[in-house]
Ligand binder design. Structure first.
Ligand code: OGA
Ligand code: MN
Length: 294
């Protein structure tokens, strides 16, 4: 069987078939996946029974991972899985769903805002690989928006206005949007804003994308309300249905997305049901704008 890709989204996103990713892959197969990522930006592998070990092996066959950095509110003694993974589940250290008002849950559901992973880090992420171990009985879809198509669809005046803008990104800004402001001083220090260009060029394809995320809360040199309104207008534009692919999870699905060209968001599901999804993340190639290391 050979590896093939079939487009499943409106202008991007493909489903792969003909490859068992629980087994080691060849460099040629890795190249094919990178080529598909450059074409489609989101690639779905259906029903692959990966373990932490095989998910990590597959991830490393596509490139180096991001250094592990805490990006949630779990304390060290509350970890379920290795810090080389992002624990995107709603589960506590005993594998029980968080209670509805647990602050780890309330911070975590900030994932329901449109975002791009690690845009709040000086070197933002390349690909994310999210694997579904347990899925809820309903809801819990993940939506993806094609920020290259969204950029292309802007009028020339807007493209010129935003070309050189630089935004500040922080998890403090995304959580502010949903009224979560209950941070310790240590967390505020850890979540200090970083700079990202609003328009970025993809290193492999040379194509421009809008680089938006709900983590973007300021535009350098702009008054805050005006910045937030422009970012909100651009986000509405970029997340119209014509630019969105919705992934309905089956147990075992692995979805890979290119954070440099897409945004994504989680959708709600019954809070008492377990949803165990685990993410590995490939390191980005560098900052989008020069700045002091965090
Ligand atoms: C992520 C993420 C969305 C989801 O893993 O980075 O935002 O649906 N996940 O869990
Ligand atoms: Mn995410």
């Amino acid at each position: 069987m050979s590896l093939t890709f079939r487009q499943v989204g409106p202008c991007f996103a493909a489903e792969a078939s003909g490859l068992d990713i629980t087994k080691p892959i060849t460099p040629a197969q890795a190249d094919q996946i990178h080529a598909a990522m450059n074409e489609y930006a989101v690639v779905v592998f259906r029903e692959q029974p990966l373990t932490d070990e095989t998910q990590m092996a597959f991830t490393l066959s596509l490139g180096p991972i991001e250094p592990p950095v805490t990006t949630n509110l779990r304390n060290k003694d509350q970890l379920r899985i290795s810090t080389n993974f992002a624990d995107v589940s709603n589960l506590d250290e005993n594998n029980k769903p968080f209670t509805r008002d647990d602050r780890r849950r309330l911070f975590g559901i900030g994932n329901r805002l449109w975002h791009s992973d690690s845009s709040f880090k000086v070197i933002p992420a390349k690909y994310s690989l999210l694997h579904a171990r347990t899925v809820p009985s309903k809801g819990g879809d993940t939506e993806f928006a094609d920020m290259r198509a969204a950029y292309d669809a802007l009028d020339d005046e807007t493209k010129a206005e935003i070309e050189d803008l630089v935004c500040e990104h922080s998890q403090l800004y995304s959580r502010r949007l949903i009224g979560f402001t209950n941070f310790t001083d240590e967390e505020r220090e850890r979540m200090k804003p970083v700079l990202q260009r609003l328009v970025r060029v993809h290193p492999d394809t040379g194509r421009k994308s809008l680089y938006l995320a709900s983590h973007a809360g300021e535009i350098v040199g702009w008054p805050t309300p005006e910045a937030m309104l422009l970012l909100s207008d651009l986000t509405f534009h970029a997340t119209q249905r014509e630019f969105v692919y919705k992934h309905q999870w089956r147990k075992g699905d692995l979805v890979i997305w290119d954070n440099r060209r897409t945004m994504h968001r989680a959708r709600p599901f019954p809070s008492h049901e377990p949803r165990d999804v685990r993410r590995t993340t490939l390191a980005g190639e560098g900052p989008t704008v020069a700045q002091q290391a965090a």
